[in-house]
Design a protein around this ligand. Structure first.
Ligand code: ATP
Length: 241
């Protein structure tokens, strides 16, 4: 992946539908959503609580099968794949940054990143080198040996980002990545996501209520009640592939 991919379609979903059943009541959470995201762009998804934003991300990233519709991710029909292949696709191509960090309590910052690279069959020495490099890039060079319990919320979120970025994923999904952070840490996180799009051509999809992110978004999508209400390109329209 490189800047030459910028502007090309990375993700395209059509007619996504999803309902949850609570007792006997069926609640439609996604109601025929069409969605696209491009390499080199930050796409921001906003909307009130319960409007279906997290469910949309889950359907786009292979985490939750929609009831209806299809997702073409990096040219592949995601939900037509077998379960194991979907897991492999996620491992190879997707980086996730969710609320709550999801760090392993027993591992230090370097090991958190190495662990992910190990799954990708990167050798130990190369994984170590890349882990240190990416942690330094998020200004955690002085926290390499600290475990999550010894890190602040902002530092933990940066470890989670370093872990997601270390794989150099083509698709990055972030769900409220700045919600637990003070304004300085939040700004750092936003800039890192922006950088991943602009410098590496990642397609970054960010669910957020954080208005600070809007300044870094190429596109802002508003969801309400399982539907997309508006979809505004902030920057130049992409060159279609
Ligand atoms: N596993 C589930 N089982 C049943 N209902 C669910 C499940 N996951 C989500 N929901 C419901 O689906 C609706 C949409 O949830 P979703 O998390 O996608 O919304 P959201 O826009 O991301 O909300 P928030 O901003 O609060 O995170 C909510 O009403 C939620 O209660």
């Amino acid at each position: 992946m490189s800047q030459t991919h910028n502007g090309k379609m990375a993700l395209s979903a059509t007619g996504l539908g999803k309902s949850y059943k609570i007792g006997k009541v069926k609640q439609a959470v996604l109601k025929g959503v069409d969605f696209s995201a491009y390499h080199g762009q930050v796409t921001m998804v906003m909307g009130p609580s319960g409007s279906g934003k997290s469910t949309l991300i889950a359907a786009l990233s292979g985490l939750m099968k929609p009831d209806e519709g299809e997702v073409i991710a990096l040219g592949e029909n995601l939900w037509k794949k077998k379960r194991g292949k979907i897991d492999k696709f996620r491992l190879d191509h997707c980086g996730f940054i969710f609320q709550g960090f999801n760090l392993f309590p027993a591992l230090n910052a370097t090991q958190q990143v190495e662990q992910v690279l190990k799954y990708q069959k990167v050798s130990h020495s190369e994984a170590h080198r890349r882990a240190v490099e990416v942690l330094e890039a998020v200004s955690l060079g002085h926290r390499l040996k600290q475990k999550p319990s010894e890190l602040s919320g902002g530092e933990k979120q940066r470890v989670a980002i370093a872990r997601a970025l270390s794989k150099m994923p083509s698709l990055i999904f972030a769900d409220e990545p700045t919600s637990a952070l003070d304004s300085v840490s939040g700004q750092v996180v936003i800039k890192l996501l922006h950088q991943a799009a602009k410098e590496r051509g990642a397609a970054v999809v960010v669910v957020t209520h954080d208005p600070r992110l809007e300044a870094y978004a190429d596109r802002v999508i508003h969801m309400e009640d399982g539907k997309i209400l508006s979809d505004n390109m902030v920057s130049e329209p992409p060159v279609l592939a």
